[in-house]
Design a protein around this ligand. Structure first.
Ligand code: ADP
Length: 506
């Protein structure tokens, strides 16, 4: 039931309870009698206002207040004495108090009304707000500081709700995307997503709802003017005080420059490996000429035989001539294959990655890599694991690595008794494929082992010493690792692991 609007008679004080409460109070407690004069002034008040009780008792409460509150309360007292209406009783407010020495401090003052000894009395409770205000100021300062950091950041910093609506948008975001904060706040963040990337938002929000962050995710976003921009996005969940995820904050970095630099680097390294391939093949050009000479000589021989046989009328000779011409054809095919492989290998081309069967790539490298090596009668043992996952690789570059490893292995065995070359492929716990080339050659000293992969380290007369350095950088640019370990029975094993392709967001 609502209280009647007419004045209720104020409650009676219980003296002993009142005194105990007042004395124990941490807050300042004072009482003002119906003439507006202070009749109680507790210990906390003495500390707060630096007045002794005797100095305040019997005076108006206004002496404890700073202007303009002092004048306001003097005015209130005058009105109360005229009308009997105590304004502000039962309420609290923040105002500025004044100490004995004239210094001021913020307080929260609340007034309650009661009867004491049959007279109306007002109880005033005073809370010193100095610490609280300092804390508030500190918080405000921290907030301003953080806001300044966010605003001066070169990265776009954006926050959004769990349903994907933008809630904050800093200056760098304005510059990057071309939207002002006013026009974009409150609208869906998918405005920044090109159509073929819209599916990413659901994936990102799923991760955020589960409390996970997404770091340095490289993708593409769209500006207000419709142009696309390469960006790296880091998204973290934003939680409320109870730890519930209530939104996400994201930093978006423009990586156009990085992408351009990467592309430039890729062109450079493709050119460098092209030069290395040419040098590798330059060294074996004589051997290749020899290699081509064999099938071409055979073609010549077979066609001469065929010519002679065709000249005779003998039926058996006709069958033989047919055979000789077929053989000539086979040899011409072989010569053509050698030329094609060589042309593919030395051709100047952009680096392109395609899904490849590593076993087939290794087979091709074997066909090319062992042409004209100084070591005769190499026994090649291959152990290729079946059913390997295809790899996303630059086929020619990986062949280049293999050709380099095979030729080094063959050269290392020139002086050894055993000439065994073992080439294997194997799956490595579902994440990669290992390819190894093991020889029974001269091995590598500890001192050389440390420097082996550096450019221009060679022990060969006429060697360039760039093969292994380039091979390592090719493997690393594929996210893999090229290493050397000693072979158990003497010689060395060079091996590399290439990662199987992975999804970007999982
Ligand atoms: P290059 O073949 O032009 O010398 P590489 O970078 O391919 O350049 O090889 C550097 C050096 O590493 C070689 O000169 C050789 O001393 C050593 N090396 C490479 N492979 C082997 C191997 N299989 N066995 C022993 N030593 C090797």
């Amino acid at each position: 039931m609502p209280l009647p609007l007419h004045r209720q008679s104020p409650p009676q004080w219980d003296d002993s309870l009142f005194e105990t409460v007042v004395a124990a109070a941490i807050n300042g407690v004072l009482a003002v009698n119906e003439h507006g004069l202070v009749s109680v002034f507790n210990a906390a008040c003495e500390t707060m206002f630096q007045y002794r009780r005797e100095e305040v008792l019997g005076h108006g409460i206004a002496m404890l207040l700073a202007s303009p509150y002092r004048e306001e309360y003097e005015e209130r007292l005058r009105r109360y004495q005229q009308t009997g209406v105590a304004e502000g009783a039962g309420k609290g407010r923040e105002l500025v108090a004044r100490r004995n020495d004239g210094t001021t401090f913020p307080i929260f003052l609340s007034i309650g009304e009661g009867m004491h000894d049959g007279r109306r009395t007002f109880v005033v409770v005073i809370q010193d707000l100095t610490d609280l205000q300092l804390e508030r100021a500190m918080h405000a300062e921290q907030r301003a500081f953080l806001a300044a950091i966010v605003d001066s950041s070169n990265d776009a910093i954006i926050s959004k709700t769990l349903d994907g609506k933008i809630t904050t948008w800093n200056r760098a975001a304005e510059e990057l995307f071309g939207y002002s904060a006013e026009e974009i706040i409150g609208t869906p963040v998918t405005r920044l997503f090109p159509e073929d990337r819209l599916h990413e938002e659901a994936q990102i929000l799923d991760r955020i709802r589960a409390g996970h962050a997404l770091e340095h995710y490289e993708t593409v976003r769209i500006k207000k003017d419709g142009t696309l921009v390469d960006v790296s996005v880091t998204v973290s969940p934003v939680r409320d005080v109870k730890g519930n995820v209530i939104g996400a904050s994201k930093t978006v970095r423009d990586i156009t420059e990085k992408k351009l630099a990467e592309a430039r680097l890729q062109t450079l390294s493709a050119e460098l490996s092209h030069v290395a391939r040419l040098s590798e093949m330059g060294q074996v050009s004589a051997a290749i000429a020899h290699e081509l000479n064999q099938p071409l000589t055979a073609v010549l021989n077979y066609t001469n035989v065929a010519k002679r046989l065709i000249a005779s009328t003998d039926a058996a000779a006709k069958a033989k001539s047919y055979e000789a011409v077929s053989k000539a054809g086979d040899q011409a095919l072989r010569a053509g294959q050698i030329i094609r492989r060589l042309r593919d290998f030395v051709e100047k081309r952009e680096s392109t990655r395609t899904l490849e069967d590593i076993n087939a790539v290794t087979e091709d490298a074997l066909a090319l890599g062992l042409i004209g090596t100084p070591t005769a009668d190499i026994k090649v043992i291959t152990a290729f694991a079946p059913d390997l996952d295809p790899l996303l690789i630059d086929k020619v570059q990986i062949q280049q690595v293999l050709v380099n490893l095979l030729r080094n292995a063959a050269e290392a065995m020139a002086e050894s008794e055993r000439h065994e070359l073992t080439v294997t492929t194997a799956a490595v716990n579902g994440t990669g494929i290992l390819v190894s080339v093991a020889d029974t050659g001269c091995g590598v000293s500890d001192d050389l082992a440390e420097r082996l992969f550096r450019p221009f380290v060679t022990t060969k007369t006429g060697g360039m010493g760039i093969g292994l350095a380039i091979s390592r950088s090719i493997i690393e640019s594929h996210g893999g690792r090229l290493t050397m370990v000693p072979n158990q029975g003497g010689g060395t094993v060079f091996q590399f692991i290439l990662p199987v392709a992975q999804r970007l967001v999982d």
